[in-house]
Design a protein around this ligand. Sequence first.
Ligand SMILES: Cc1ncc(COP(=O)(O)O)c(C=O)c1O
Length: 474
Amino acid sequence: MTDTDRLLTKYSKIANSLIGRIESGEFPPGSKLPSLRKICLFEECNLSTAVEAFGILQERGFINGRERSGYFVLPRPELYPKYKLEKPVRVPNPSVPEEVSSLMSELADPGFIPFGAAVPDPQFLPYSSLQKSYKKSLKDSQVYKYSDAAGILELRKKIAIRSSGKERRIRPEEVFITLGCSEAAFLALSLSTKPGDKVAVESPLHFVLYQILSELKLKAIEIPTDPLTGLDLKSYISVIKKESPKFLITIPTFSNPTGSLMPLESKKELLKISSKYGVKILEDDIYGDLQHNGNIRPPSLLSLDTEGIITQVSSLSKSVNPGLRIGWMISERSKVENARRLRLAEAISLPAVPQLASSYFIGSLAHERHLREFRRRLGGLVLAYADSFLEYFPKGTKVAIPKGGFLLWIELPKGKDSRVLRFQAAKKKISLVPGNLFSLSGKYVNNFRINAGVLMGPKVISAIQTLGKIAKEI
Ligand SMILES: Cc1ncc(COP(=O)(O)O)c(C=O)c1O
């Protein structure tokens, strides 16, 4: 049986779900897995399927079998050894390389294997329930009017509820509806900065945010991050002391590109430091709902913020549908009022249909069901991708395995250039994003980002093998 067949079978699904449970700590190293018979019972499969699933776990080094005793979880070697943190870098005139526009045209070409995109496979989208929400919205009289410039109130209420936490209750008046997360980030920064202001940014960071810095003529200081735990707080403090930035831009919950998750204690510490030195934070939370394990998302910075430090931007693009173009900014009321004035001047209001459809969908049973299934499948998929890259890529390749989202940050062995990989891959109609696009100072040339949200099948496996072959040759 080939690798491809394996990834598509029932036993590989069972194996992936068990891996997720091991990774989440439900079965710590040394613990015993449920017996084969129990697995048959829970998963409604026959014994040979359960044996195959355990075989995969053994092959991948997650468990070993002890005669007459059962199967035990092995200690897992760190797949991505601690990163060597670089020094913060000052970038006076941020500009985004020309490569971004050619990359965008590759991403729009349906003939490409879309490893370069940061959108989940369309098969994950909740089509039929969204259609129902659309139909319902067309019967609503609000569709035939201009809506409130800050967004339809029902939608703002739903978002306020979902974004609240124990420490912080968000009110609908603090929510402003936007055209995706990109517009929200653009508005948030343009309303609080002027050209020449200094902004600290975590690095690597998604290039959409760099484009905004460049348009607004802001100065940037790149702060290093760990691909597993995010922003380096020591560097943050040293940058604050030396450069006095006005803002910090961060994606603390499943970042783009690394998928890193800042631990809760670090998030609290970050808020303390920012409060002490008076630095405001732009939190991009677009992947926040996509944890692989459990149904409770990691707390956002906003939900922990009791002092009004955080402006949060997010959207439905990664968790529901990028085509809706429904995003939001959550910030203090005065900023929402300023945004409202801008909206009135530029467009009066956003179209009502996608806003109403989103408000019917958000928080519904169908939404919760979709998220539960989507997260569970993403967890397995991301691990399957990580394994395939480690198998087909040259020795010394490292993969940072995220706890949420669907992006994989991969490091090639020293001396290999991901720009060359990208160029050769494009000739074979495979897209990927080279690491240098996630830095303003030309870093990460031996890293690249992969969309592990594309469903696995023979074509995808063959594309990974092709990439691996190119990576060995360059
Ligand atoms: C971190 C991050 N922020 C913002 C965006 C843009 O989101 P939207 O499509 O909602 O404008 C993306 C999309 O890739 C993203 O990954």
